[in-house]
Ligand binder design. Structure first.
Ligand code: LHQ
Length: 265
């Protein structure tokens, strides 16, 4: 994994890769370079067996402020014709790679997560928030529709009624409110945030990684399946899980009344 990125900081330790979006002067708003770099790291991490958990966060006081509006020609009025849908396919690639990643992806949200940055946080498998987090479906504030999968993820996480409210009103949701809504796993005081995120990621990195990857596949795919098709998939994936060393270890550890030591295979 290379680490010489323009707008990302990369830290790898004990099975956890922490990716920090690093444009703090614009609250980590996305430009093309940061988006391409993030996609590259996510795709490399997917096939690197030494990485067993991915953490995505922002440098400075924010998670991210969405698309960099100053650098987007369609909005800066310079006359250049830009097909926004074509630009969005670059985000779609990133988000599909996050979902397909065969290991947990944790969004660590401190400060604002607005626009497409908010929806990239929602695309993570799990989220930890600091109590100063501000989730904003900012699109309607500037006359747009939610992109980056917001219309897909948000109703699935909080229900259609709340999702509609968040998108139409585009009001801020605080960290504690996000926890109440089930939008994040946990919200903690900002002073405790780094330690909580590190402990959470370490726990996941020490888990049965193959099983986690299969669980992601089963749950995400089952959202689109009927019951029989989900039964069929669970059988297929359980056949796979059943042959893993971590399943053997889990059962052996249970019978020996000791904590399991998973190797991720
Ligand atoms: C920014 C940004 C930003 C540039 C703060 N860009 N500089 C859209 C269009 C096309 C294609 C693809 O998809 C999308 C998807 C989207 O993401 S649309 C939504 C884009 N994001 C927004 O509309 C949010 C814009 N930002 C804000 O509303 C506020 O900055 C928030 C509520 C995020 C934070 O407010 P504050 O905490 O009061 O911070 P601030 O406004 O003072 O921002 C700090 C600096 O960051 C400031 O620069 P300055 O030079 O004055 O210090 C902002 O201009 C800059 N910044 N967001 N998206």
């Amino acid at each position: 994994m290379r680490t010489d990125f323009h707008h990302l900081l990369i830290h790898q330790e004990e099975g956890v890769i922490t990716i920090t979006m690093n444009r703090p002067e614009v609250l980590n708003a996305f430009n093309d370079t940061m988006l391409a770099e993030l996609t590259e790291v996510v795709e490399v991490a997917a096939s690197d067996d030494t990485i067993r958990c991915v953490v995505l966060m922002g440098a400075g006081r924010a998670f991210g402020a969405g698309q960099d509006l100053s650098g987007f020609p369609a909005l800066s009025g310079d006359g250049e014709t830009v097909k926004v849908s074509e630009h969005l396919t670059k985000y779609h690639r990133l988000i599909k790679s996050m979902r397909a990643m065969p290991k947990p992806v944790v969004g660590a949200i401190r400060g604002v997560a607005a626009g497409i940055s908010c929806n990239i946080a929602l695309a993570c498998d799990l989220r930890i928030a600091a109590d100063n987090a501000r989730f904003i479906q900012a699109f309607a504030r500037i006359g747009l529709v939610p992109d980056g999968g917001g219309a897909y993820f948000l109703p699935r996480l909080v229900g259609l009624g709340k999702a509609m409210e968040l998108c139409l009103l585009a009001d801020e949701i605080s960290g504690p409110e996000a926890e109440r809504l089930g939008l994040v796993t946990k919200c903690v005081p900002v002073e405790e945030f780094p330690g909580t995120v590190a402990a959470f990621a370490k726990r996941l990195a020490n888990g049965p990684t193959r099983s986690y990857g299969l669980i992601k596949d089963l749950l995400y795919t089952s959202m689109e399946l009927d019951l029989q098709a989900s039964f069929d998939l669970e059988g297929q994936l359980q056949d796979e899980a059943f042959t893993t060393a971590d399943h053997q270890e889990g059962v052996t550890a249970f019978l020996q009344k000791r904590p399991a030591k998973y190797i991720g295979r």
